[in-house]
Design a protein around this ligand. Structure first.
Ligand code: HEM
Length: 235
């Protein structure tokens, strides 16, 4: 069991990070190698300033709001929560105190970030089975949503256990020690593997690793390409 914990919490994290970085470089450079579009692709009416409308299209998604208001609501909740979730994970490495300008607990949101992500992901997954979305869905959509759902359930469970039910055996400081040790290539998992609850972290990191490896080769790349694409659409 100890060996399995170690494999998932150490070499698998390094492997998934390496695949993520190499995959991102490969995907981005291969896009730049493609021939440049010679005709302007102004799908939406040109409005100035173009950059402002590009950012509005990207972050407020007015076209989705018009067509599917319920979907829009979940998309906004989901992406807002992902933003706060990224801050939470960066704070687990304890290298960037900048976020503590406004003092708060790590994680932000007292467990409700995880809950919002969980509810939104359930909506996105069940939506895939409706007649309108079913025919447009491919295997990748289900894999991606399932991986995210598993990662989010397990991560949230740890947070809820700690903040809602007073299960304080593994603390934020323990997570920080583990993640810092990874960052400095002196892996130490002792602080996060002694508890009966540790298997939750091991499962969480296992699914997170799969998700991170899959990211550059999946639709998740929209996270990188949405702003440039909206800019092209706006002219
Ligand atoms: C190797 C990468 C990762 C590590 C080491 C990691 C570790 C952790 C830890 C230690 C917690 C804190 C649990 C607590 O508060 O007690 C946590 C929470 C969480 N993680 Fe991760 N995580 C990773 C990647 C991810 C990814 C990729 C996702 C989702 C896409 C994710 C989603 C969550 C969620 C939803 C929470 C709960 C947040 C909340 O309820 O406020 N994690 N994670």
């Amino acid at each position: 069991m100890d060996t399995l914990n170690y494999i998932i919490l150490v070499p698998m994290v390094y492997l998934s990070s390496a695949i993520f970085i190499a995959g991102m470089i490969y995907r981005i450079t291969s896009i730049f190698k493609k021939p440049v579009l010679t005709i302007p692709l102004r799908i939406y009416p040109e409005k100035n300033p173009v950059w402002l409308y590009t950012l509005i299209d990207t972050f407020l998604m007015p076209q989705v709001f018009k067509a599917k208001p319920v979907m829009w609501y979940f998309l906004i909740i989901f992406h807002g929560s992902v933003f706060l979730l990224i801050i939470g994970h960066i704070e687990l490495i304890q290298m960037f105190d900048i976020f503590q300008i406004i003092e708060h607990d790590v994680f932000l949101g007292k467990g409700f970030i995880g809950l919002s992500l969980f509810v939104s992901l359930l909506y996105f997954l069940f939506r895939r089975f409706t007649p309108q979305a079913k025919h447009l869905s491919v295997l990748e959509d289900y894999i991606l949503l399932t991986l995210l759902l598993m990662t989010v359930i397990l991560g949230s469970e740890m947070d809820w256990a700690r903040t809602w039910f007073g299960f304080q055996e593994m603390t934020v400081e323990d997570y920080q020690t583990y993640l810092k040790s990874l960052l400095f290539f002196k892996p130490d998992i002792s602080d996060v593997t002694y508890s009966g609850h540790s298997f939750m972290l091991v499962f969480h990191v296992f699914f997170a690793n799969l998700f991170i490896m899959f990211f550059p080769f999946s639709k998740m790349m929209h996270a990188i390409f949405t702003i440039p694409l909206n800019k092209i659409r706006r002219g």
